[in-house]
Design a protein around this ligand. Structure first.
Ligand SMILES: [Mn+2]
Length: 308
C-alpha cells in the first residue's frame, strides 16, 4: 500500500480534543485499503483477580492522543507509519455481555476476516485471555507461530479452565505455538512447567542491557513467523499499577521500549497489548500512557515486518 496521504495531510485536534481513535488512525472497516487494523477486545471475564481490563482499549485510545498527535511519528522511530502504510482503527469486539464464549467466536471471526485481506492485526485487550482467539486466527492464516511474550506471568498453568492465566497452556495443547522458537521475558511468578519455551526471568533481566535481551529474542525466534504479546504487567507496578495482577520487581517503560525497538526486523505477523485496567491507576492514566506508547511500538514492529 502507498503512503496514507489523507492521514499525513489532514492534521488534527489537540491532544485533549476530537474523536479518540488509536494514534489518530481513522476509524474504518475498509480492509481492502488497510495494511494494518487495530482491534479492541474489551473483555475481562478471564481475570482471576482484579477485573477492569474492559476499559483498556478506550484508555489506550485516549492516551494515544499524546503519542499519536505528532506528524513525525512516535519517537524514537524516525518516520510516521502512514508514510508507508494505511492503518485503520477497526473498533471493538463487544457483543458478549453475559456470553463470554461469544467473545471467542466474534474475535476469531473478525480477525479471520482482517487477515483474509492480508491486513495485519494489532489488538488491544482486554485481559490476556483474548490472546487465545487472536492466536487461533493468526495460526489459521500463518501456521504455528513463535511466541514473543512479555509478562510477569507465564500464563501456561496446566489447568483445564480457560482464564487469563491458562490460555497459553491451551494454545500449546492446540498446537498453535512453535515452542522451539518461543520466548517469555520478565517472568517473576512460580513456573512449575516451561513447556520447552525459553524464559528470561525478571532477576536475570534486571542485570541485562536491553540490547542483550533483544539479541536473545532474535536468536530464539530467528526467521520464523512470530506473534508478539505484551502484558502491561511486564512493567513494574511503579510504571503500570493499573492492571489486574501487578507483580513487583519488573522493568521500566524505557527498558520495554528499547527491547521492542531492538527486535525490529523480526517476522512479527501479529501482536497485542493487554491487561490495562485504568481504574487502578492512582492518577493521570499512567498505565494507559505506557500502554499506548508500547502499543505504538508494536505497531511499528508490524510495519517494519510488512516492509521487509
Ligand atoms: Mn501477566
Amino acid at each position: 500500500m502507498p503512503r496514507d496521504d489523507e492521514m499525513l495531510d489532514n492534521w488534527w485536534d489537540e491532544a485533549y480534543s476530537g474523536p479518540i481513535s488509536f494514534m489518530r488512525f481513522k476509524y474504518s472497516q475498509d480492509l481492502e485499503k488497510a495494511d494494518i487494523a487495530i482491534l479492541g477486545v474489551p473483555y475481562d471475564m478471564g481475570t482471576t483477580n482484579r477485573p477492569g481490563a474492559r476499559f483498556g482499549p478506550r484508555a489506550m485510545r485516549e492516551q494515544s492522543t499524546l503519542t499519536g498527535e505528532f506528524e513525525y511519528g512516535l519517537w524514537p522511530w524516525d518516520y510516521h507509519i502512514a508514510e508507508y502504510h494505511t492503518v485503520i482503527d477497526y473498533g471493538d469486539i463487544c457483543d458478549f455481555a453475559g456470553y463470554p464464549e461469544r467473545m471467542v467466536k466474534e474475535t476469531e471471526e473478525a480477525v479471520d476476516k482482517i487477515l483474509a485481506t492480508n491486513t495485519a492485526c494489532f489488538a488491544m485487550g482486554g485481559d490476556h485471555f483474548v490472546s487465545l482467539p487472536l492466536l487461533r486466527s493468526h495460526v489459521r492464516k500463518h501456521g504455528p507461530l513463535a511466541l514473543i511474550h512479555f509478562d510477569a506471568h507465564t500464563d501456561t498453568w496446566v489447568d483445564e479452565n480457560y482464564t487469563h492465566g491458562t490460555m497459553f497452556y491451551h494454545a500449546i495443547k492446540e498446537g498453535l505455538i512453535d515452542l522451539e522458537h518461543s520466548i517469555q521475558v520478565g517472568i517473576r511468578t512460580p513456573n512449575p512447567e516451561t513447556h520447552g519455551i525459553e524464559i528470561i526471568y525478571a532477576d536475570e533481566l534486571d542485570g541485562m542491557k536491553a540490547s542483550e535481551v533483544s539479541e536473545r529474542i532474535k536468536n530464539r525466534v530467528m526467521d520464523k513467523k512470530a506473534y508478539l504479546t505484551f502484558d502491561i504487567d511486564f512493567l513494574d507496578p511503579a510504571y503500570a499499577p493499573g492492571t489486574g495482577t501487578p507483580v513487583s520487581g519488573g522493568p521500566t517503560v524505557m527498558m520495554g521500549r528499547k527491547i521492542l525497538k531492538g527486535i525490529a526486523g523480526l517476522n512479527i505477523v501479529g501482536g497485542d497489548l493487554v491487561e490495562i485496567a485504568p481504574a487502578y491507576d492512582p492518577i493521570g492514566n499512567v498505565t494507559a500512557v505506557a500502554g499506548a506508547t508500547l502499543g505504538g511500538d508494536i505497531l511499528y514492529l508490524l510495519s517494519e515486518a510488512l516492509r521487509k
